[in-house]
Design a protein around this ligand. Structure first.
Ligand code: F6R
Length: 594
């Protein structure tokens, strides 16, 4: 969850570290810090955002350094708990992303050996362990320290008197950026895009030794080759492009994202996804695993695949599946993860592979861990997504699911042809939703005063209700719940009343009449109703307090237009409430801890 950065080269490290940290803030932002190497190590850190740190940090001299932006796991956000952490001598500095499970035992042991701890973090054991083992050979000391550690880590180590950075990873992402007489280490690509687009992805168990001219990667003491990749994202992707927030920019990119994601298959640039082979091999059921917004895409995928492929689909939260889920080798498995680095999802992939399942990953990040450990990967073409709240990546995930299901569809040819036609029109339909922004803004102004909201939908729009509620709660801090509309009367009716508006998501399928009935029931209990409905829907116009219209589409595609409208609604409500939209409190973009 935290973001880490290392620089070594000819330039002063401090401005580069701060610049890269700003781009890493979506991974955590409750405190930050940097360390630079000159004759000794100088550290500056605090429980503030990077921009604030940049204003107060004194000039630290040095052409090598490390930096960190934190999402707290052990110990509250504070100056002492901020990284980098030091050993007793102050000569060894470490930044870390991950969780050290056995830190308490190690801390006790190191304390009894005379080491002095100043923070509550798990990370602090790392510099002390390196101090314990360091006798002039830094690589060996780092390897010995890591040997004692049980947990996940991506670390960068900076040591006084050593003109190199040592980095290592296990279950947390880490890349090396290759520059011209300078090199970088970072949690992910966006951090360094301003400086280079040449990267090496470190693998679990790798230890990298990086100088300004050289990159050496070792595994179990032996040097290994790691392929260099060229990143196609541009630095513009990492900028707001005139929008007030990344989230708004990313919402507006969706027509293009749909085109790009669909276009990717048309150009056959992707490896063929052999779902057909999986089916010939006796695939009788499909399991889809994911977390958060990707889980909601997976739930929508269940409706798509069940309708078009006519096989049962089970959808599980990866975080739950890892503890309770059972599955059979003959089940085809799909995992969906924007970042490709979500710890729970990666653990699920490993678990599935252990029982012999073939795993297809749908991810947005080329070279991500998910893409490397799954049997096959389909990339969404959403481009870099910076806002913590996922929007365009969700839509791109839906596109992949539509495409997969439509490629192996068992529905009659006429329906298939009409679906294909509609799929191609989706960018235009989504643009129509975006063009309706002013209406959504007006509705957002009306809703922004409430502290509780319910989102309801049926069938394929039930997961849309879940996603609408998630988007709203994470960026506006309004308590919102998504419900299957038919379930309201089994409990949530007790919440209805003047203080709890209900957002009703309608589609013209077999659920429509039942939804109208639900809306009437809600109105009878004095809750205001904002309806999301197709243009020309007069019946809902007479019932709801406010109607946001979306263009007419086949109900199978209604999650796309409805979700985009709900993204805008959440965005404008959060904006009205003055929330820090791109960086909601307590959240991080890439959840690399369990
Ligand atoms: C919410 C959001 C998260 C992610 C979740 C999984 O807007 O972005 O709920 O969807 O953390 O992340 P990925 O898809 O990277 O595995």
């Amino acid at each position: 969850m935290c973001g880490i950065i290392g620089y070594i080269g000819e330039r002063q490290a401090q401005p580069i570290l701060l610049d890269c940290l700003k781009r890493l803030e979506y991974r955590g932002y409750d405190s930050c810090g940097i360390a630079a190497l000159s004759s000794g190590i100088e550290v500056y850190k605090d429980a503030i955002r990077v921009e604030a740190l940049a204003k107060v940090v004194p000039s630290l001299n040095g052409t090598a350094g490390i930096g960190h932006t934190r999402w707290a796991t052990h110990g509250e956000p504070s100056q002492l708990n901020a990284h980098p952490h030091l050993d007793c001598s102050g000569n060894i500095a470490v930044v870390h992303n991950g969780v050290i499970n056995n830190f308490q035992r190690l801390k006790k042991q190191l304390t009894s050996e005379g080491h002095n701890f100043v923070s509550e973090t798990d990370t602090e054991v790392i510099p002390h362990l390196i101090e314990k083992y360091y006798d002039g050979n830094l690589e060996e000391a780092v390897e010995a320290a890591l040997h004692d550690i049980d947990g996940s880590y991506a670390i960068i180590v900076l040591v006084a008197g050593e003109s190199r950075l040592v980095a290592a990873r296990k279950d947390s992402p880490l890349i090396v950026g290759i520059g011209d007489r300078e090199n970088f280490i970072a949690s992910d690509v966006p951090a360094i895009l301003d400086y280079t687009n040449r990267v090496i992805y470190l693998e679990d168990g790798d230890v990298g030794v990086i100088t300004q001219d050289n990159i050496k990667v070792k595994r179990n003491g032996t040097e290994v080759d790691r392929e260099e990749h060229k990143i196609l994202w541009s630095i513009e992707d990492a900028q707001k492009g005139g929008y007030e927030h990344f989230m708004l920019k990313e919402i507006h990119e969706q027509p293009k994202v749909i085109r790009d994601t669909l276009g990717g298959w048309v150009s056959a640039a992707e490896p063929a996804v052999d779902l057909a082979e999986m089916m010939r091999a006796g695939l009788e059921a499909l399991l889809i695993l994911a977390c958060g917004t990707s889980y909601h895409a997976a739930l929508i995928g269940k409706y798509i695949v069940e309708e078009l492929l006519r096989i049962p689909v089970r959808v599980e939260l990866a975080s739950e599946f890892n503890y309770y889920g059972q599955t059979l080798a003959r089940t085809g498995a799909i995992v969906i993860t924007q970042s490709g680095e979500t710890a729970d999802t990666l653990k699920a992939i490993k678990r599935l592979k252990e029982v012999g399942c073939r795993v297809l990953a749908i991810t947005n990040v080329v070279g991500s861990t998910a893409s490397r450990i799954a049997d096959q990967t389909v990339y969404t073409r959403a481009g870099l997504e910076i806002s913590v709240a996922a929007t365009k990546s969700f839509t791109a995930q839906l596109m992949v699911l539509y495409w997969l299901a439509m490629s192996y569809s068992k529905v009659e040819a006429r329906r298939s042809a009409s679906l294909l036609l509609e799929l191609r029109q989706l960018p235009r339909k989504v643009q129509q939703v975006l063009d309706n922004e002013d209406t959504i803004l007006t509705c957002a102004s009306y809703l922004s005063r409430y502290e509780n909201m319910l989102f309801i939908g049926r069938g394929i729009n039930f997961p849309v209700a879940l996603e609408g509620a998630l988007k709203l709660k994470e960026i506006s801090y309004i308590h919102a719940e998504g419900y299957a509309a038919g379930e309201l009367k089994h409990g949530p009716f007790a919440l209805l009343g003047g203080d709890t508006p209900v957002i009703a998501i309608l589609a013209h399928d077999n659920t429509y009449e039942a939804m109208l009935t639900n809306v009437k029931e809600v109105k009878a209990r004095k809750s205001a109703v904002v309806a999301l409905a197709e243009e020309g829907d007069e019946a809902i116009g007479e019932l709801a307090d406010f109607v946001i219209t979306v263009p007419r589409v086949d109900a199978l595609f209604s999650p796309v237009v409805n979700s985009v409208a709900l993204q805008l609604l959440a965005y404008y409500i959060a904006r009205q409430r003055g929330c820090p939209i791109d960086f909601p409190r307590n959240l991080a973009k890439s959840v690399t801890v369990e």
